[in-house]
Write a protein that binds this ligand. Sequence first.
Ligand code: HAM
Length: 420
Amino acid sequence: MKFQSPKGVSEYFPPRSSAFEFVRDRLLAPIKNAGYQLLELPVFEDTGLFTRGVGESTDVVSKEMYTFEDRGGRSITLRPEGTVGALRSVIEHGLDRIGLPVKVFYCGPFFRAERPQAGRYRQFYSVGIEAIGSDDPALDAEVIALAYEGFHGIGLRKFRLEITSLGDAQSREAHRVDLLTYIDSLELDEATRIRAGINPLRLFDDKRPEISSLMAQAPRLLDYLSAQSSDHFTKVQGYLSAMGIAYIINPLMVRGLDYYTGTTFEFVHEDLGAQSGIGGGGRYDGLMESIGGQNISGIGFGLGIDRALLAAEAEGILDSMDSSPTLYLIPLGERAKTASLKLAHDLRNGAISVEVAMGDKALKSAMKSADKSGAIFSVVLGETELESGEIELKEMSTGKATSVSLNSLVATLQSRALKK
Ligand code: HAM
């Protein structure tokens, strides 16, 4: 019997998995440098957390959740996104009582039962941050900058940043009144009308051409910002400009989750076709309170690792990715095998990457494996070398060998400071 991975999941295996790892680590690096701390969260939560937090008008909640009953009869959902789980944890453990803003990051798999296609998976990977408990527009700019730095750190260049503001409650209410009047004047089917009733902004995101042409004339939230929201948004733009981060204002941006308020943003890559959103996020004023926490605002983002990887491949950045070891060690005979294991252990403790030939291979076949591994050096360790305490360190690219004493191999390789 043969098994296959479930439909529509992304899976990373060698050699591409090292590119995945590289992209993930580059996205995480600026976050860690900015004082965010790890939240390691469950991948499943109480279903009610998502229906309440993410919003029932969203496709994510209404169509895409993996929901099941556990053995205790509880309704459980595989997390479709990270924000509400992160906030649940912050509230549950009182992190917001210790000091504000709470700054956390997380990373791992998320689950949405979407129609699979290139760059859209049912299990995908994301790096996210949340900064909770400060209204400062400088925080918005810093959060956006961290995503920008992550993408830039991978080497991506062909992406743009789109920003908008969904305003405060007062701005949204003023806009909602006019928008609903406008929507009422349109000929719409029942399902669309119901969706609009829950969240009229969602119609801006409707992909049907007849709806999007109608919505092109609709009142725009950006024209309804209160003085306070407008001032906040202007400041965010000023900070971004001061950091030299280019952006486009997209007044028609609609995020797939209902909790956003104020500054919202998306990073869009030019080479990815339909699934071009490589990351996005924004502020969420009422979300903490809606799931039982204090009435404090927060802002964060989610960056798609799968899509950032596809983008990097499209830009040809990862062509020279190399995860080969510094040294390939070939033992000949039982005594040498024991010595090789010990030597490899010492080398790794000294931060030198090393692979040992396994399976008592003949020298010729072991040398082939050494070539295949891409190692910079190889060493053959047999009885003669053990007796003399001297080995030949062979540089694979040139075939040139240097005599080195066994005892000084770690130091020799370290001093060459070749890799890692
Ligand atoms: P999101 O935009 O829904 O935001 O997801 C974040 C990123 O995950 C997207 O920009 C995209 O790159 C990637 N992504 C989403 N769905 C898929 C999929 N089916 N396949 C592959 N990649 C996907 C959030 O989830 C928010 N929690 C972000 C946030 C944090 N907002 C505030 N704080």
